[in-house]
Ligand binder design. Structure first.
Ligand SMILES: [Zn+2]
Length: 398
């Protein structure tokens, strides 16, 4: 009985803390009403949080609870410098480390392109990076709540290892990492980590129900329902491997005509290299001496220069991605769909994509279109999201 009560106390504590994170500045009475908790319990929990320096009083609200008369509400919010988290992103092209406060402000960062040895010994590389970051910031290091890791795959909760198409990550293990670092560690898929970055660090505009679609070398979607990440199985959110065209090309997953083969960065590059090799008059020839030198920027420049084959390739990418995104928005019924992609920083493509998605969402009423937001591409989003993940799982929900 006693342990059950302790458990319940902890979970109400976590609920109140999470509510303050998401709704600050907020009054104690609002917390009690929205979470259906007795006023005395909310007062007890918030008093403890204020005593611990985690929550602070922000002053009185402009209006009283009834909008005009009565006592003005005393507002509280999270003290950003009370604790810190380390977010790590591991990917073939870069290892990123961010030290953030509770509001997601990046205090310090570290980034490098790993060599084969660092990828093979990824746990050791993560330990080194985390130690380096903390050694440079001795003050925050004393208040670090743990480490979050964003993965280019999925976490196997039992073994602590990574489930991935690639065999290169067999050196990763979250359990062993926690032991080696002697601190708490949590890990999650990189796109799901990006969704956490929205949920915890963009409280102004991120709703409780939303989807986050990331287009990079692969295309993955993460979603939150009622403030809870949909963790699903290993194929959940793998939107890149839904079929766009059954008569299309064979995808690396074995199926034919996946969205991946039209809209992923890896396939856009692959097709651009083929154009370079087979079309002597392509603008790509003047932009890159060798097909291997072609980057996404090269492709976008060729698009701007009017290269017909590249334009066709990019148009297909926009078209199929817009169809998939609109289908997602309709099926999931989310309040907001975020899109994150390096490619769609190009303003012409961004406008085309947004218009194409919106035109598919206004068949019932005109409002559907307001819910699509193409985010500014932020290379650190997964690492910062991993810090948000650590805060949510290791601090709020501890
Ligand atoms: Zn596929």
């Amino acid at each position: 009985m006693k342990s059950w009560e302790t458990e319940k106390q902890l979970s109400n504590h976590a609920r109140v803390l999470r509510y303050i994170f998401r709704n600050q500045p907020v009054s104690r009475s609002e917390i009690g009403e929205d979470l259906s908790l007795p006023r005395s319990m909310v007062t007890g929990i918030t008093t403890t949080l204020v005593d611990q320096g985690i929550v602070r009083e922000l002053g009185k609200a402009e209006t009283a609870e009834d909008g005009a008369l009565g006592r003005r509400r005393l507002l509280i919010g999270i003290c950003p410098e009370a604790r810190y988290a380390v977010g790590v992103e591991i990917a073939l092209r870069h290892f990123r480390f961010c030290l953030t406060d509770l509001a997601g402000n990046v205090i310090d960062r570290l980034c490098y392109a790993p060599d084969a040895e660092q990828i093979a010994q990824v746990n050791r590389a993560i330990c080194d990076g985390v130690h380096q970051l903390l050694a440079r910031n001795p003050g925050p290091a004393e208040q670090v709540i743990g480490v979050g890791v964003a993965l280019p795959g999925h976490l196997n909760l039992q073994s602590g290892g990574m489930v991935s198409h690639s065999t290169l990550w067999s050196g990763f293990n979250a359990h062993a990492l926690a032991q080696a670092l002697d601190c708490r560690v949590t890990a999650e898929n990189n796109v799901r980590s990006m969704a956490y970055e929205r949920y915890l660090f963009d409280i102004e505009s991120c709703p409780e129900n939303f989807a986050f679609l990331h287009v990079g070398p692969g295309i993955v979607c993460a979603d939150f329902k009622g403030g809870v990440l949909n963790s699903g199985g290993y194929i959940s959110g793998e939107i890149g491997h839904t079929i766009s065209n059954p008569d299309g090309q064979r995808c690396e997953c074995g199926k034919t005509g996946c969205l991946q083969t039209y809209a992923s960065e890896s396939w856009i590059l692959k097709k651009a290299r083929l154009i370079h090799a087979s079309a002597p008059r392509s603008a790509l020839r003047s932009l890159a001496a060798d097909p291997g030198d072609i980057t996404l920027d090269t492709v976008l420049t060729a698009y701007k220069l009017g290269d017909e084959l590249v334009i066709r390739e990019i148009r297909d990418a926009v078209r199929y991605l817009a169809i998939a995104a609109a289908n997602l928005a309709i099926i999931m019924g989310t309040e907001k769909l975020y899109l994150h992609s390096r490619m769609f920083q190009n303003s012409i493509l961004k406008d085309e994509l947004k218009a194409s998605i919106e035109s598919q969402l206004t068949f019932v009423d005109k409002k559907g279109s307001e819910n699509v937001e193409i985010l500014e591409f932020q290379p650190e989003r997964a690492a910062i999201g991993a810090a948000a993940l650590a805060i949510d799982r290791l601090f709020i929900g501890k």
